[in-house]
Design a binder for this molecule. Structure first.
Ligand code: C5P
Length: 234
């Protein structure tokens, strides 16, 4: 099982507000930056091969400091991202290409609680022949559309609806070709990689996501994550 990892962490994290610690992937939760937790989750999972972290050029120092806080040794290389998540992923995939890995897991740097059980479910699906694997959770809440954020226009039946998580996992060459084709056709705003796979005609297989594999988006998510780690340390 030859599998590389791309962790995207080049975003500016504007929805979490400004902080002296920089974008949210560098905020401290527990006793270490978010990105150090995320990286360790993959670095301590034995099947993981080379890891590429995609960062913003302004964050070199922040990432170097976070890297010192890893609790594991791993083959980690660093490349610079682009103005959208999609372009950051493409930069990571291109950096990984030379390693010749058969599969790739693409993960958000701001999901530090990704667990080995989820990685194992993804691996099993890939080894079972899936070209694209999406961890997802059935939507529990009733969904409403309100374009102006004030008045409900419609209720969207939640039946058959899933919330997408990462890592999204693929055959390396297939997703790299899909990304290059999307880029060549002028599309640069896909918000996840499974949607690029769908666009390229690849079948995307669901695996059960993990409830605690949350994406830290708002300032309140960061404090919740910090409290959670403090409870675990007791
Ligand atoms: O903001 P968004 O939800 O798209 O962020 C998801 C992940 O993608 C984050 O880890 C963020 O750092 C990353 N990202 C990136 N390059 C961008 C925008 C987001 O690597 N230009």
């Amino acid at each position: 099982f030859s599998c590389g990892v791309v962790i995207v962490a080049a975003g500016r994290g504007e929805r979490a507000g400004q902080s002296a610690e920089g974008p949210k992937q560098y905020r401290t939760i527990g006793d270490r930056p978010v990105i150090a937790h995320t990286l360790d989750s993959f670095a301590t999972w034995l099947p993981a091969g080379p890891i590429v972290v995609v960062i913003h050029p302004d964050d070199e120092d922040l990432f170097a400091a976070a890297r010192l806080r890893l609790s594991s040794q791993a083959e980690v290389s660093v490349v610079h991202g682009g103005p959208t998540r999609q372009l950051s992923v493409l930069a990571g995939l291109e950096a990984l290409e030379a390693s010749g890995v058969q599969y790739v897991m693409i993960h958000d740097g701001v999901r530090p609680f990704v667990g080995h059980d989820l990685l194992e479910r993804c691996r099993a699906a890939l080894e079972h022949g899936a070209e694209a694997v999406l961890p997802a959770i059935a939507v529990a809440d009733t969904l409403k559309r309100a374009a102006d954020g004030r008045t409900v226009e419609e209720t969207i039946p939640r039946n058959g609806l899933y919330a997408a998580q990462t890592p999204q996992c693929f055959r390396m060459q297939a997703i790299l070709s899909a990304h290059r084709a999307a880029n060549a056709s002028g599309r640069s705003n896909f918000t996840d990689d499974a949607s690029i796979a769908e666009w390229a005609g690849m079948p995307v297989v669901l695996v059960e996501g993990a409830a605690d594999n949350v994406k830290l988006t708002l300032r309140s998510d960061i404090s919740m994550a910090d409290e959670r780690l403090a409870r675990h340390a007791l």
